[in-house]
Ligand binder design. Structure first.
Ligand code: ATP
Ligand code: MG
Length: 696
């Protein structure tokens, strides 16, 4: 407790009953949670396995575990911690049968989910211009986040299509394949507790204390999950910061934290007011940004660190210039003695990583990307896992269909449909059905699968002795590895490399005596894009702002602080609420930094195949040069004295077009023509002499 200030200590030692810790960024909320857990174990005699700690990301869960073991040694290992998804999956493995699922059900990943939705729309003869598959997926997700099953979803007619009916079909098909999607994990847990009083009670009795970090981002179904779980003992501790709520687009509802005291009567409330993370200069900037949001709990956040160097803002020509400036900055920080792993580039859109990656690679800077196309989402890894699961008796129909024609076995779309029908009619699991296929008794298109089915069935007798449980042997003998060669030598080598990585990963997991089903669970949870085998390497981290929640780095770069990216174009459609969430996102980004912070803006950006001339973000206006050092390339001066100070990159105002930024000019003297990107009016070329532009 000596590591805590008095407010943190009070929260850590608070007695039973609901507790709310509402405080700003870097005020030690996560540290307090860790100490509270430590206190429960060491002073209050609670067994570690009776404490449940819920975090938002796998990374945060790992971090919590690490901090706990540091604090209380091995005992920390017994605390049940994980994301809502991971914990739900654990619970469902025990109780899925009550929902009519086998315990060995699998989680469907985003790719397969997309394919399934497309297939459903195709079967129903609904063209994508009438109902786009992604809209349907989004709608179903939305219902699930709100805690609505297909039966409870509101009736919704979209261009004459019954969305609720399609939600039904989707669930039916998932069930047929014995799959749940990510949102199902949480919703199904809730359904279990709603409908089975016995199970609800058993779950409530499994834990004495439940603690939740980043509570500001819970959505209604997660809220219900917690409520059902804590109804008996009411020992629910939540910590969060309403200013860091950035998942509204995924149904998170900030009211859960703001109304916690009303929802949980008698709750203890704790406020932490000292920031231990960032220099005062960084904190000033963060406060200047967030205080412009209305409708927030006004929080006091005092710095405890020194003033530090002012954060900087650099304007760049385009995304490559931006990436090069970033590389220069990273090198400069390295020369100052900062380690690569203490530097992070946090962007609004994963697409921004393209130029960054290219330049960082050219500059031989060590970096890693968190998120994006994750390891487990790669084609060869998914194929290999499908083979492996079928071999290890946990593969399902989707996996069988995935590999039935890889390598080519002459099974086209029709053949696949036939296989699906045969499998479904057999009433067997896909891996069981392979026995029938191997005996040549399945008929139809399954005839083409006889050799592979025989190979799998015969290999099953041997896998017990293989550290990778038959992975490479099967890929080799099935002709899969050979088929990769068709992609060209270099491409194939990269993919085979990945397969060896998978092999090592399986071997390691098997050494920990996990079952194949448990291995598949682990892979499924990591698919949400967070896997990180290189966590301990000394590399610069690149990730999206959304993923950076809760983390901290000495040096942070926020590229693309410009209109269209931050705030994001999409958020503009949501009006004030959308902008407010973008502002919070920027606040999250700024408050990740301990000592050094750089914001950048590009004047030209190629994104999604289009060229944009973005304006600096509206949020820059809230950061005066007194707190954000503006580093504009000196405007190439336009000779005329009266226009002094105006040049490329200058912000200007036009009597009828409004605000804009000069992106180019040509000519001299009276003949100067400027190109201006206006916030509302678009790009205009104007004669400077007559344009009546005012510098702003
Ligand atoms: P976020 O809002 O970003 O999730 P947080 O409130 O969870 O932040 P922590 O990550 O717990 O904050 O703490 C921020 C930093 O301050 C950490 O490096 C932590 O070790 C340090 N810290 C927290 N409390 C104290 C304290 N009382 N004394 C010294 N350092 C502290
Ligand atoms: Mg935290």
């Amino acid at each position: 407790m000596a590591d805590l200030n008095s407010a943190q200590q009070a929260a850590a030692e608070a007695g039973n009953g609901p507790q709310l810790i509402l405080a700003g960024a870097g005020s030690g909320k996560t540290r307090t949670i860790v100490h509270r857990i430590g206190h429960l174990i060491s002073h209050r005699g609670i067994a570690p396995h009776r404490i449940l700690a819920v975090t938002f990301t796998n990374k945060a869960a790992a971090e919590l575990k690490a901090r706990l073991s540091q604090l209380i040694g091995d005992d920390g290992g017994g605390v049940v911690s994980g994301t809502f998804h991971a914990i739900s999956l654990r619970l469902l493995r025990r109780y899925a049968e009550a929902l009519g699922y086998p315990r060995s059900f699998q989680v469907i990943d985003a790719d397969d989910q997309k394919a399934l939705v497309k297939r459903i729309l195709k079967q129903a003869n609904i063209a994508s211009d009438r109902l786009h598959p992604s809209y349907l997926r989004g709608w179903i997700e939305h219902c699930k986040h709100a805690g609505q099953t297909a039966e409870q979803a509101p009736a919704c007619d979209w261009n004459g299509v019954d969305l609720r009916g399609l939600y039904h079909t989707y669930q039916q098909q998932l069930r047929e394949h014995e799959r749940m999607d990510f949102s199902d994990l949480i919703l199904n847990c809730v359904v279990l507790m709603r409908e089975h009083a016995g199970i609800a009670e058993a779950l409530q009795r499994s834990f004495d204390h439940v603690l939740v970090d980043e509570y500001q981002d819970t959505n209604p179904v997660q809220h219900e999950w917690l409520t059902l779980l804590c109804t008996g003992h009411r020992n629910l501790t939540v910590v969060g910061d309403d200013d860091q709520s950035i998942y509204g687009w995924r149904g998170a509802d900030i009211r859960h934290i703001l109304e916690f005291e009303r929802i949980w009567s008698g709750a203890g409330t704790h406020r932490l007011e000292e920031n231990y993370r960032s220099t005062a200069a960084i904190l000033d900037l963060a406060n200047a940004v967030i205080c412009k949001n209305e409708d927030r709990h006004d929080k006091c956040l005092r710095p405890t660190q020194e003033q530090g160097v002012p954060p900087q803002w650099k304007v760049c020509n385009d995304e490559y210039d931006e990436a090069r400036k970033i590389a220069v900055q990273l090198n400069a920080w390295c020369d100052m003695g900062y380690a690569w792993q203490e530097m992070a580039i946090l962007y609004r859109s994963n697409r921004q990583s393209l130029a960054l990656e290219q330049i960082l690679r050219e500059s031989s800077l060590p970096y890693r990307i968190v998120g994006g196309v994750g390891f487990f989402e790669r084609l060869e890894i998914k194929d290999a896992l499908a083979y492996w699961a079928l071999l290890n008796r946990c593969g399902d129909g989707l996996q069988l269909l995935r590999i039935c024609n890889r390598p080519k076995r002459g099974i086209g779309t029709k053949g696949q449909e036939q296989l699906a029908a045969l499998l479904s009619a057999s009433g067997l699991r896909a891996h069981e059905w392979l026995d029938v296929v191997a005996d040549g008794k399945a008929g139809g298109a399954a005839g083409k699968l006889v050799p592979i089915a025989r190979l799998i069935v015969s290999l099953r007798d041997e896998i017990g002795n293989m550290p990778d449980r038959g992975l490479m042997e099967l890929l080799e003998r099935s002709g899969y590895l050979q088929s990769l060669q068709a992609m060209g030598e270099i491409e194939a080598a990269g993919r085979i490399d990945n397969l060896h990585t998978l092999q090592r990963y399986i071997e390691l997991t098997m050494e920990q005596e996990l079952t194949p089903v448990e291995f598949m669970d682990r892979a499924a949870l990591l698919q949400s894009g967070e896997e990180d085998s290189r966590d301990n390497e000394n590399t610069v981290t690149l990730m999206s702002l959304h993923r950076a929640k809760g983390l901290e780095f000495d040096c942070v770069i926020l590229p693309g602080v410009e209109e269209g990216l931050l705030p994001h174009q999409r958020s503009l459609d949501d009006g004030e609420a959308g902008i407010a969430e973008e502002r919070r996102l920027l606040y999250v980004g700024i408050t990740r930094a301990r000592r050094q912070l750089l914001l950048t803006t590009a004047r030209l950006r190629r994104l999604f195949g289009e060229t944009h001339y973005p304006l600096p973000s509206r949020f820059i206006k809230d950061m005066s040069p007194a707190i954000l050092q503006h580093d504009m390339p000196t405007p190439q001066p336009m000779q005329d004295e009266s226009e002094a100070g105006m040049g490329i990159g200058s912000s200007v105002c036009h009597p009828s077009f409004g605000e804009g930024v000069i992106t180019d000019f040509e000519g001299a003297g009276d003949a100067i023509r400027v190109t201006v990107q206006f916030r509302k009016a678009g790009i205009k070329r104007l004669m400077l002499k007559y344009a009546a532009l005012q510098a702003v």
